[in-house]
Design a binder for this molecule. Sequence first.
Ligand SMILES: [Zn+2]
Length: 495
Amino acid sequence: MIITPITTKLFQQKIDFKNNLSDYSVYRSPVNTSQPAKDVFLASSNIAFNGKPDFIRKIVRSKKDFKDLAVKKQIPCLYCGRKLSYNDGMVDKWKEQGLFSGSVETFVKTITPYKESLHKTEAEVFKIFEYYAKTNPAQKMDSIIKVLSVHSNKELLKAQKPIFDALIKTSKGLPVENQYKLFELIQKSHYRLKRIPHIEEFSGKETSYKIKKLAKTVSNLKSADKIKRLAALLTVPELKERNTPLDASIIERIKNNIYTNSDIENLHIGVTTHHARKKLYSAILLAIRYEAEKTKRNDIVKLCQEGEKCLQGMPIIGKFSNKSFLYDLEEALEGCNNKNLIIKLHKIAEKLPSSEDNIHAFITKHDNASSETIAVNMLDPSKVTIEHMNPRYYIKLAVSKNNQKSSTQPTYVPDFITDWAISCKRCNNTRQHYDMNEYFKNFDKNNAPNYWKEIISLANEGYFLPEDVKGMLEVFKGQCNIKIDSSALKNSDSI
Ligand SMILES: [Zn+2]
């Protein structure tokens, strides 16, 4: 038998490359410079006697190809080892078809084939839904969660108590002012968790974080952008610093971004700075609210109203979240120079049960959420994503002209196929730029070898160019010291 090199095989098939450009930017692999950086197809090794291939396989050349293949072949996550079986598009489609907002039975029926992909806490919630699908199939998920939240809220409080106690105990070494702020924060958390109306000081940072998070799901991109930009103004440091007078440039910056500035126009800056700050915050919130109303986003409108109430000193029923707590903690510790104590307090606070690792926290978080949000949040962490083994980062390019103006322009590091690996969304988000060796300590040591076994076997079946997989293994080796046996990988000549 004559072994034909892969490239010859490709051209024998006369594939129309022009019509197969992928929908993602594809960069050429640095290892293999001779291959076209377009979608290519490869006949399997099972060439039938009449010379025609039995079936044609699409070689992974774009992120979309890789993600599609992951779903089709249930490629496990590089880190947690979960078999991944659905992607963004599938979840969007289920949502559009109304499968999330109907009965619990419909949801369970839709998700059952994919339930093995769910993360631990989300799988526990799914088990509850399975139970309801049998016993009370017409019920909606939001009402189930609402009923369960009464018990879950109590359980969550119980689980949080020792952590709050430890924080108070450790805070004794803090300066009195920080100690007081921390105590106030724990008190506020307690009110929030028990849903007791209380007066809260307005936090630009927290409100901005919450609004920006919701803005991500605003479907009108222009509005989403505007809301994000406005929310960013809430964190302008000068607005928070009580002792620094507001200067005109800050006012100008805010004025340029909002529509209704008649109130700001009349401000006597520097005379009543506290009053001025409140007005500026209010004006930003009003502008966000206006934009949110246009896109019918009541959740964002509600946040703006809540912020306004805080500014007016009116009681609110806030919602506890770990992320907000960590932000607030950072603020409560501002001005303290004892770095070790700050780190210690943060480490304790990070132990607070979260909706990722505690079913009661998940249920409490969603006690007022729509069925759609519950479903999306359950499925989201296990969606297939492309992990960049070599984390992408910005290179700042300093551009200066005649020494007059110097600006920095961010640019992406080239995105090579050899950098890509399959990971679930949660593992991908959690890793970010962390050292891969350190990150792998959180998982079973067989996960990475199993992942590569799968990729090598798919490469041998013709789903990848062997050069690309070799390159991927090189990048992996450069990132961590887990040994991978790649002897099974056939090179292009032997396919
Ligand atoms: Zn994972």
